[in-house]
Design a protein around this ligand. Structure first.
Ligand SMILES: NC(=O)c1ccc[n+]([C@@H]2O[C@H](COP(=O)([O-])OP(=O)(O)OC[C@H]3O[C@@H](n4cnc5c(N)ncnc54)[C@H](O)[C@@H]3O)[C@@H](O)[C@H]2O)c1
Length: 394
């Protein structure tokens, strides 16, 4: 009996998410064969040898891995600053690419990557935003699409990390691009997913009218020097009048919380309102309690399986994918604009080409962050200089 073809994948990056991905690829994907793993960090080969099948090849150099592993596709799970160059390199090797969010914290670099992927239409390119692959979000999407919730006019999201007594968030901030770009990109993406942001537009290039962001350093005061906050609020007004609001935070004490309220004219749906670990309720002197999820990896654990299955189906069967490259680009523009808005204390409007417009001449005192560089009216090269390998759990 002939065996069904499987997608040969090489995984780049064996950090916190990469190790989760490696186990899923090796043991939980019937349509995928993990042929190689790669990480530049010393000792990664030992982790791979101890945790993955011995048939796997290990590479310390990603280019070597792409050239010699025999893979048809790569999953890029490396530090954010390496995504854009690795995606381009993989496309040049004629490999299909799945890459963790974000493509880049730089809007122009993101657009260049998206254009490069579009120039290779025979190759699949996926940036999987985890909430789209979560079963509860999928169930809500079905209700949105079948019209039972009426017209979806607004989405409210909340995403709050557990407090970290080591102050990791502060050093991380120097590299992350800021809370709106690093964490908020998921919230912006899921808002766009539910809001049908192109409906009613004669020109879909301009999907956003304006954004406004505010924030505070409630616990981690040193974030201010990086133009970052530990609690941030963003508002997005889309060109067709739909509204998205988000609260992003690093200061929850119970665990990680991620919730979304989808507001329709006939009903609202609240997903993850109580981000509980399981269905157990503890009843004691404090009342009725549930255990909270510690982090995003636990809350969206099945997403990291579902998105890989979709990617395999896209390459092997030419099946459609849930996220497009354009989605990643649009979300990236909005999060960059929110980060700028917070740092400068100004609203950011979008031009007719759909690019966020900068205002110059603001001072640090007008925002709660620090002064952002401005260039010729349009946001360019925002937060260039992301060089270190630090990332966080989103
Ligand atoms: N829900 C989500 O979608 C989600 C969740 C967590 C992380 N992420 C994203 O996944 C990426 C990885 O996050 P993480 O928390 O695992 O980071 P991490 O810092 O723990 O791991 C990154 C790994 O990449 C390796 N690396 C760096 N440059 C490399 C290169 N050029 N070639 C090969 N290996 C290289 C590092 O040595 C490190 O082991 C980030 O971009 C992050 O934004 C997405």
């Amino acid at each position: 009996m002939a065996t069904a073809p499987r997608l040969r994948i090489a995984l780049l990056g064996l950090g916190r998410l990469g190790q989760i991905r490696a186990r899923i690829l090796a043991f939980q994907q019937p349509r995928i064969e993990l042929v190689a793993v790669c990480d530049t960090k010393p000792g990664s080969d030992v982790w791979a040898a101890n945790n993955l099948p011995s048939s796997l090849k290990f590479f310390a150099d990603p280019e070597d891995c792409m050239r010699s592993s025999g893979a048809q596709a790569v999953l890029i799970s490396t530090a954010t600053a390496t995504h854009a160059p690795l995606i381009c390199q993989a496309l040049n090797f004629d490999l299909h690419v799945m890459c963790e969010k974000p493509i880049s914290v730089d809007v122009i670099a993101t657009r260049e990557v998206v254009e490069k992927a579009a120039s290779k239409p025979h190759l699949k390119f996926l940036v999987p935003f985890s909430r789209r692959y979560d079963n509860s979000y999928c169930a809500t999407k079905l209700m949105v699409e079948n019209g039972s919730m009426g017209e979806i006019h607004a989405v409210e999201t909340m995403c709050i990390d557990q407090q970290d007594p080591t102050g990791f968030f502060v050093t991380f901030s120097a590299q992350s691009g800021g809370i709106f770009m690093d964490m908020g990109v998921h919230d912006i993406d899921i808002g766009r997913y539910f809001l049908d942001v192109k409906s009613g537009l004669s020109d879909t290039r301009k999907q956003v009218n304006r954004v406004m962001a505010m924030g505070q350093q409630a616990i981690y005061g040193d974030l201010k020097k990086y133009g970052d906050c530990d609690n941030g609020w963003g508002m997005v007004e889309f060109a067709n009048g739909k509204i998205l609001t988000t609260h992003l935070g690093r200061t929850a004490t119970n665990g990680y919380e991620g919730a979304t309220r989808v507001c329709g004219t006939k009903s609202h749906a609240v997903i993850g309102g109580n981000s509980n670990l399981n269905r157990v309720e503890i009843r004691d002197v404090h009342g009725v309690r549930t255990m909270s999820t510690p982090d995003a990896f636990s809350l969206y654990d099945t997403s990291f399986i579902n998105d890989l299955a979709e990617f395999a189906g896209a390459v092997l069967d030419d099946a459609p994918m849930t996220c497009t490259a354009e989605d990643a680009y649009e979300a990236g523009k909005i999060t960059a604009a929110l980060q700028y808005s917070f740092r400068n204390g100004v609203p950011v409007y979008f031009d007719d080409d759909g690019m966020p417009i900068m205002q110059s001449g603001k001072t640090a005192s007008q925002g709660n962050g620090h002064l952002e560089d401005t260039t010729n009216g349009v946001m360019k090269g925002l937060t260039k200089g992301l060089t270190n390998g630090l990332t966080h759990g989103h």
